[in-house]
Write a protein that binds this ligand. Structure first.
Ligand SMILES: [Zn+2]
Length: 428
């Protein structure tokens, strides 16, 4: 039986953000995030008003062997974050897990994590990937996906997204449209949303808007846009694809990553997508962005994530790069001084960027594995943090050093350890 799908959540179709930093972002070459860092990222996304975080792989492989060095294990990440949601650290954001569109992954996720209520089920839909990667028939792909979606419904998952990997290279238009057939089957099986993945960054702004509009008109369900940046168009394609969904009167959900992290050339950058939706020609007046979004969190979330990944923000990154508000040429500088609006669509205050002299003061705190009880006690006191038991806090801090790339703590990490020791212990 077909489930009732809400075409839009609010008073009219809007664009919501699903951040995938903790899933797709960490798939960047040589990138690693410790579990407490992922939790802080979820927390900052929540404060920023982001709708949903794709926070991991609930059907991950299990390992028998556990060592202090293996603190990035996925079980700790998933259960720790779900628990943090229960105790109020992540009050609004939806936590959703990524699985393959097979019943076994859905069943595993349910069995392991009773509190996990949101899943995205993913499978490739392009000819080349069906033939050369999955080695199956188109019918087998649809059968496997629909069975998995039905299982997810039977097991009580609240929101089920179905992802078409490589959607942009999937047969789409005309009588033989495989993408439409696939999406309709997903909806009939009980999916709530459809994720259009431009996995190789192959679309143009024109092609994606047209394809998504036609798909949404036919299928009548909200569409997610998941765009990669191989041809440099991830942000533009995400925005145009989302407008295509709005053209068809359904909600759009743009997938982003912080600082454009992600496989190869990365995903659509979170802050740039928000800037485009707020300040682009024609869009600023349209009022189509999720009203809960707080762009003033941009600076904080980008600098935190850059710190913990050890990847500097490029100077020319929109909004938060060092040069975003620097004017070199005489004519530009003169114009900017007379009125910033001559050369700026938005100001540093829109992104919550503090004056240079106030940046980083007291933010970064070094705690090594040999810091000792007194040193740690002093650091906690001087940052006005109280803990329920100092020995426990010392234990958690020194052990979490192993999972981080360095011994430098951010104030939000110390707060997390001080206020939620039980959940932090779960994550180590
Ligand atoms: Zn991706």
């Amino acid at each position: 039986m077909e489930k009732k799908v809400n075409l839009y959540r609010g008073d009219k179709p809007r664009i919501y953000i699903i951040d995938v930093t903790n899933r797709d972002g960490v798939q960047s070459y040589k990138m690693h995030l410790a579990n407490i860092e992922k939790a802080v990222i979820n927390h900052l996304l929540d404060e920023m008003g982001i709708y949903q975080s794709e926070f991991g792989f609930p059907a991950h492989q299990e390992y028998e062997y556990k060592s202090p060095m293996n603190t990035h294990f996925e079980r700790q990440n998933i259960s720790g974050n779900l628990d943090l949601q229960k105790v109020g650290y992540l009050p609004s954001i939806i936590l959703e897990g990524w699985v393959r569109a097979i019943a076994d992954d859905v069943e595993k996720s349910h069995k392991r994590y009773k509190d996990l209520k949101h899943l995205n089920l993913s499978v490739s839909t392009s000819d080349i990937m069906i033939r050369e990667k999955l080695r199956k028939s188109e019918k087998e792909i649809i059968d496997g996906m629909t069975y998995a979606v039905k299982r997810a419904n039977e097991l009580g998952f609240e929101k089920i997204g179905v992802n078409a990997e490589d959607a942009s290279r999937t047969r789409h238009f005309g009588d033989q449209s495989y993408l439409e057939e696939f999406a309709l089957a997903a909806k009939e099986a009980g999916a709530d949303r459809f994720r259009y993945c431009d996995t190789l960054g192959y679309d143009t702004t024109f092609s994606i808007r047209e394809r998504v509009r036609r798909l949404a008109e036919k299928v009548k369900m909200p569409i997610e846009l998941h765009c990669h940046n191989d041809l440099g168009s991830a942000v533009a394609n995400s925005v145009e694809g989302a407008l295509g969904a709005l053209d068809a009167d359904v909600d759009a959900y743009i997938n982003t990553t912080i600082n454009t992290y992600g496989e190869r050339a990365g995903n659509a950058d979170l802050v740039t997508v928000l800037l485009a939706l707020k300040f682009s020609s024609g869009l600023s007046e349209m009022d189509i962005l999720d009203p809960r979004i707080n762009l003033k969190m941009a600076w904080r979330i980008c600098t935190y994530t850059s710190d913990v990944t050890g990847r500097p923000i490029p100077p020319n990154q929109p909004g938060v790069g060092d040069n975003a508000f620097s004017h070199e040429s005489g004519i530009h500088a003169d114009g900017q001084l007379k009125n910033p609006k001559n050369y700026e669509l938005y100001g540093p205050e829109d992104l919550g960027i503090p004056p240079k002299e106030e940046r980083e003061l007291g933010r970064r705190i070094s705690i090594g594995e040999f810091s000792g009880r007194h040193g740690i006690e002093h650091i906690l006191n001087s940052n006005n943090l109280t803990v329920r038991n100092i020995d426990e806090a010392v234990d958690l801090l020194t052990r979490s050093v192993y999972s981080k790339q360095d011994e430098v703590y951010d104030l939000d990490e110390l707060k997390l350890i001080a206020e939620y020791p039980d959940q932090v212990r779960l994550m180590l």
